[in-house]
Design a protein around this ligand. Structure first.
Ligand code: ZN
Length: 308
């Protein structure tokens, strides 16, 4: 026999059979089991409890625009349209996430191996969702977020402000200038690795209010102007390779030298030729006090090195 106490977590104080309340937001997030509770917690933290309807589907925002899965695309937009009709939602909130298997499955592991590239891919997906939403219903507001595996969400700004909207007192060029200054300050005299770049990109979006691709452009141009420090982490890798090969006598063979030059060329984003790569390796060796091991023939010659 069933009694009310057999129900899981009965909600107390709620009248039975009440009319559907008005919801503000339609949430589109991924089905990933690791983040199901984080998504719910995030929505609660934003004060949206009982104010949203939702679809959780593999890939989140991707499901709304994935041309290879027309059934999923239809399901998302039809559910949104119905929720708009019966709940009155005005806003679509897309929550994509880090390490999404559905996105990796669709675009390949290599496309998401680098954290920056992964983030940019999600920005592109979200931009497509915004475009598609505008095409279907220009009055809909769209917001996109990107959730880290620890549940933190950074906002992806993909929708230009509506005409007449004055939500931000700072004009876009000033925001860019402020972010440029921040990047410059970070770059001054220190190497910048991928993690630091990603961190800056995040700050550009979350604290300076730039769109992710805008922040990315500022980051790249500022880094390029400050002496190509994007290649600096490659140089550090080459340096530690040389040190590991040099041993206590701090000497490297010609073969190791050539391997270092190849390593430098592979990791250099701007692309340098073999001569420039050898000269840079020679520069690194000079700074580290590493000397070339002489070859056997001509006897004890370091001419190969001195000619570089
Ligand atoms: Zn996912």
């Amino acid at each position: 026999m069933t009694s009310p106490s057999n129900f899981d977590s009965p909600r107390r104080g709620r009248p039975a059979g009440r009319a559907a309340a008005k919801a503000d937001v339609f949430v589109l997030s991924c089905m990933d089991y690791r983040l199901v509770d984080d998504v719910t917690a995030y929505l609660t933290q934003r004060g949206l409890d009982e104010r949203y309807s939702e679809v959780r589907i593999a890939g989140g925002g991707l499901a709304a625009v994935d041309g290879t899965r027309p059934n999923w695309v239809g399901t998302v937009w039809e559910n949104l349209a119905l929720s708009r009709q019966i709940h009155g939602v005005r806003r679509l909130l897309v929550i994509n996430h880090r390490d999404c298997s559905a996105v990796a499955h669709r675009f390949g592991r290599a496309a998401v191996a680098d954290p920056d590239a992964e983030f940019r891919l999600h920005v592109r997906i979200c931009q497509e969702v915004v475009d598609e939403a505008m095409r279907r219903d220009p009055t809909l507001e769209v917001e996109c977020g990107f959730m880290e595996l620890d549940g933190r969400v950074q906002r992806i700004v993909t929708q230009p402000p509506r005409a007449g909207a004055t939500s931000s007192p700072i004009a876009a060029p000033d925001r860019r200038a402020a972010f440029t200054e921040r990047v410059r300050a970070r770059l001054s005299g220190r190497p910048i690795d991928r993690a630091a770049q990603f961190d800056l990109l995040r700050l550009g979006v979350t604290e300076h209010g730039l769109a992710a691709d805008e922040a990315d452009a500022v980051l790249r141009s500022t880094v390029a102007e400050s002496d190509g420090r994007l290649g600096r982490d490659t140089e550090l890798a080459v340096e530690s390779f040389l040190l590991s090969r040099a041993g206590r006598r701090r000497r490297v063979s010609r073969a190791d030298f050539e391997a270092a030059a190849r390593l430098l060329r592979m990791g250099n984003e701007t692309g340098i030729d073999g001569i420039a790569a050898r000269q840079r390796v020679k520069g690194i060796m000079g700074r580290q006090g590493i000397r070339p091991r002489p070859v056997l023939w001509p006897p004890f010659s370091r001419r190969w090195y001195n000619q570089i």
